[in-house]
Design a protein around this ligand. Structure first.
Ligand code: FPP
Length: 228
């Protein structure tokens, strides 16, 4: 029985900010602010634990449908984070920062800050933190296919797509807080054999201990990758 106990690549869906705020009679933006703090803590913990990569779902291609003030508040939180990202990440060790998702639709200011954070951390060789912003899993696959077509490929293989998506092609573990048990268009190609881990806790309440629990549970599962 093949048991792959070592977790390399993980994906985290940061869900439940709105409900966290509602429970406290706060505006939804306060939930996102608390969520952004938790992102800082948990991304650094992923680095400390030595994962190869962790991909955080921050904003989907569908999230533009939310009220303008909520979208603006989330974009402001990105900006705040990006302004301090270099020192924050450097202080935490040698994590690498990457952004995945469509550039179209993002402001020029944010795109420049995103590029800067990637450049500033590109020499680091620790955990890669991917932040999925304006991201959709189906779009990611279409982008990969279109790139291959543009290169003149006619018979596209799984390896071709795996080599052309944004993150490492196999995700080991997906974590989704807030009681929802769905993927919401996140890392669709990468999750073929991913283990799924859910908790009812809302993202702003998520602690390093919850990440540890998810990893320990992961290590106790038997992964067979379709074999016996
Ligand atoms: C899902 O919760 C969360 C989002 C759509 C936004 C996530 C954004 C952040 C955590 C802040 C981003 C900033 C940085 C620096 C990463 P929800 O609003 O759908 O919650 P609900 O389901 O309870 O309404």
């Amino acid at each position: 029985r093949q048991r792959q106990m070592c977790i390399r690549d993980s994906g985290i869906i940061m869900d439940g900010n709105g409900r966290w705020a509602k429970k406290r009679a706060l505006p939804r933006s306060a939930g996102h602010k608390a969520g952004a703090e938790v992102f800082r803590t948990i991304s650094k913990e992923c680095g400390r634990l030595g994962l190869e990569s962790a991909t955080f779902y921050a904003f989907s291609t569908e999230n533009w449908k939310r009220p303008k003030e909520e979208v603006d508040a989330i974009m402001r939180l990105f900006k705040d984070y990006l302004l301090e990202a270099k020192s924050d990440i450097t202080a935490a060790g040698d994590m690498k920062m990457k952004f995945i998702g469509e550039r179209d639709g993002m402001s020029k200011e944010l795109l420049e800050l995103m590029d800067e954070a990637e450049e500033d951390t590109s020499e680091h060789c620790g955990t890669t933190i991917y932040l999925a912003v304006n991201y959709g899993g189906r779009l990611e696959i279409c982008d990969a296919v279109n790139k291959l077509i543009a290169e003149g490929k006619t018979n596209i293989t799984e390896k071709d797509i795996s080599d052309n998506i944004f993150t490492p092609p196999e995700c080991d573990l997906i974590i989704r807080p807030s009681g929802e048990q769905r993927l919401s268009n996140f890392m669709l190609w990468q999750v073929s054999y991913a283990e799924m881990w859910f908790t009812d806790k809302l993202w702003p309440d998520f602690k390093p201990a919850d990440l540890h629990k998810a990893i320990i549970d992961f290590q106790n599962r038997g992964r067979r990758f379709g074999g016996v």
